[in-house]
Design a protein around this ligand. Sequence first.
Ligand code: ADP
Ligand code: GLC
Length: 472
Amino acid sequence: MNILFVATELAPHAKAGGLGDVMAALPMALARAGHGVSLVVPLHRGLKRAGEFRATSLEMEFPAGGKMERARVWQGKRGGVALWGIEKDEYFDRAQLYGEGGGDYPDSLERFNFFARAAVELARYIEPTPEVIQVNDWHAALVPAYVRALGLPMKTLFTIHNLRYQGEFPAQDFRKLDLPEGIFRPEGLEFFGKLNLLKGAITLSDAVNTVSPTYAREIQKKEHGCGLHDVLRGKGKWLSGILNGIDEEVWNPATDGELKKNFRRGNLAGRLECRVALERETGLEPANGRPIFGMVTRLVREKGVDLVLGAAGEMVQQGGRLVILGAGDPVLEKALTELAGKHPKQIVVRTGYNEGFARRIFGGSDFFLMPSRSEPCGLTQMYAMRYGAIPVVGDVGGLHDTVEDWNLEKKMGTGLRFEPTEKGMRGALSRALALWDTPSMMKLIRQNGIKKSWSWKAAVPAYEKIYRSLVG
Ligand code: ADP
Ligand code: GLC
């Protein structure tokens, strides 16, 4: 099968969250399984500078924003996947992928309309012609609309990594797109009088999937549907959930160059050194005989940051220490920094994006906190388990599907799950602290987690099944 992925992130040089990691792994896993796979991304500044892509002589011309536009095409290759980069410096040579200072760039619609139109143009150009275009999240969401409007034969699969971000704009902005009027309808891009790109992709694509089975069920209900539950239910059997994997080579404590000492599951001695190194690096009160809780996250409400703010005092009182790495909402950044100021020896907060530090948190903390209120899949809990940190997670979405709640009687489980409320958070902390006091249990649960495999291989047959049902 020939598949073209369309996305706006690609780790490590253009990544805002898990989508970047997924685009650096799922297409490659499909290529290894024998498929012809390409991936098209905007040529963001980080990608242009990294040297993985090189300019080709191909220039495409197409209408965008009511005038004729040109895009130069760049090309690269990774893990058997043909990489394509859409060059338009005016739009993509910027400091960030989506925006600076917490909000989106004001010309987001223009930028991602241009990108989607260019991606569809490319789909017509590449050989062999893709049978399926797999479109990811709202930034790429105009692709199914253009495929339909241009009458192209490719089938479209829309993959939702996060339903919360929908790309919603005032109705009059529809004029900025190069689509026929008829597509601004309830069966298309219109939603309650507004232009809604994500909603349009749900209705206009041939199939939709999301990144965990539980999230696929949750989003069909009002509570987690972000307003789109009915639209999603309308897809019937064409909506499914496929659990993400992780790249087990890129995320491997036995080879990770960011760790003070490498370690593997049979011998965790090196992990102790990583833990001491984390205390040193952060200036945490050393070796106080109490656990270190780690957190690596985008700072947004759905990640449950406020739950941590509420429970941190109690955690510190009980001797627990907390290391948080996060970037995002300036209000949350400020609240966390203030919290750390109150407990300098017990709570350390670093803001900004820092992959090396993220890896050292996975490899050095005892518990990994992820109190998400909603989580389409979540990759960090899997990284944490692989690096020997025990996940303590909100019982939602992909966290439900990847973390098995510890069962003392059966001695089974890989972490702790809780209802993401203040009460649930407090309960989970006391469970974690009690677990810490029983080192043999800590060891067992940690081993259970480290032994798990999160290979992308498991997802490949599920995607193949969708492609086959689309192509027939
Ligand atoms: P989401 O995509 O919702 O942010 P995921 O768990 O799927 O959540 O993926 C997050 C990815 O981003 C992981 O690779 C994680 O390590 C990384 N990450 C998140 N915040 C930071 C940060 N501040 N610095 C470095 N890496 C981060
Ligand atoms: C999104 C989700 C996250 C998921 C990631 C990759 O950013 O918030 O849960 O793991 O996409 O699919």
